[in-house]
Design a protein around this ligand. Structure first.
Ligand SMILES: Cc1cc2nc3c(=O)[nH]c(=O)nc-3n(C[C@H](O)[C@H](O)[C@H](O)COP(=O)(O)OP(=O)(O)OC[C@H]3O[C@@H](n4cnc5c(N)ncnc54)[C@H](O)[C@@H]3O)c2cc1C
Length: 284
């Protein structure tokens, strides 16, 4: 279907974008890669009065080193994330998960910030951002504020972004010396996750010193597998200890049932995928 008519604005700076959003009327939508927004507009599930296209806002693109963190511009495409050396070095989990997002065409247009702002529970990047303790820098008419990943994902397709605000960049703490792995389960290549697990672990002297685990599609928002993280902390790096901890991965989750899987199947699956993800991250 063809989208309903809308006004179109293409700013070149964040300031201009914020102004365009403020002046855009009742219903304004920001356009990043358009890989989620355009289909929704074509189905007329969204009919914004104004579309503010961010593709020419060059300050929102790219990855930079900022001391103890790397900073990823919201408009950095999935393809650019994949070829970035800072991400490979300090947050390889992001690259590994991004490699599983859709196909080359979608990765060429879709953006890191767009995927996070969209907050689809089956999206691969929210759980990764949560596991890595990312921070979200948001710009609005009153200035900038920073929101922790744990507070950014509020509900199904809902984030802490308020009306008139823009996600500008995402700060990811550097985690050198950590092992990381993204384990995704889908039925066919390039499909969305039925369930996926993002694991980051730091080992010391044959034991797991720290573990951070994010779950994809196990509830309306990405979740942390806290019971598993606690069970892993201080545990021996062994197949038995990892399995015992992974068996608790469904605790506190509330997955939905759909044509791909029933909720109880997802709750079983998450224990299997957590075991695989932690085993790989721990280098076993
Ligand atoms: C065929 C197909 C398969 C896919 N498979 C997967 C998959 O396997 N895994 C996966 O994770 N994703 C998948 N995706 C989604 C893909 O990752 C998209 O890139 C992502 O959902 C949206 O990013 P975008 O840049 O295209 O955002 P857009 O579609 O442009 O925007 C999405 C939403 O976010 C808002 N938004 C965007 N940027 C900002 C910003 N800077 N500040 C505030 N709000 C903003 C928009 O207003 C809109 O509401 C798939 C998409 C397609 C089309």
């Amino acid at each position: 279907m063809i989208p309903a008519p809308f006004d179109y604005v293409r700013p070149t700076t964040v300031e201009e974008a914020l102004q365009a959003i403020a002046e855009g009327g009742e219903d304004v939508k920001v356009l990043a890669g358009g890989q989620s927004l355009i289909p929704v507009m074509r189905l007329r599930l969204a009919a914004p009065e104004t579309v503010v296209d961010l593709t020419r806002v060059s300050e929102l693109r790219g990855v930079r080193d900022d001391g103890d963190a790397i900073v990823i511009g919201a408009m950095t495409t999935h393809s650019d994330v994949l070829s970035d050396p800072l991400i490979r070095q300090y947050a390889p989990l992001i690259a590994e998960a991004t490699e599983t997002v859709a196909d080359r065409q979608v990765r060429h247009r879709g953006t890191f910030g767009g995927a996070l702002a969209h907050a689809d529970p089956a999206g691969d990047l929210p759980a990764v951002a949560l596991a890595l303790d990312a921070e979200f820098v948001i710009a609005g008419s009153g200035g900038r504020r920073t929101v922790a990943a744990a507070d950014f994902f509020v509900d199904y397709l809902t984030t802490a972004l308020e009306e008139g605000e823009l996600l500008v960049e995402i700060r990811v703490p550097k985690r050198e010396g950590w092992g990381m792995h993204y384990e995704k389960f889908n039925r066919v290549a390039q499909a969305w996750s039925i369930v996926a697990v993002a694991a980051a672990v730091r080992t010391e002297g044959g034991r797991i010193a720290e573990a951070r685990i994010g779950l994809t599609n196990m509830g309306p928002t990405p979740l942390r597998a806290t019971a598993t993280e606690q069970a892993l902390t201080g545990a021996e790096v062994s197949a038995d200890a990892i399995k015992a901890a992974a068996d608790q991965a469904a605790e506190g989750t509330s997955p939905s049932s759909d044509l791909n899987a029933q909720a109880d199947y997802r709750q079983h699956l998450v224990t299997v995928l957590t075991r695989r993800a932690v085993t790989a991250a721990a280098g076993l």
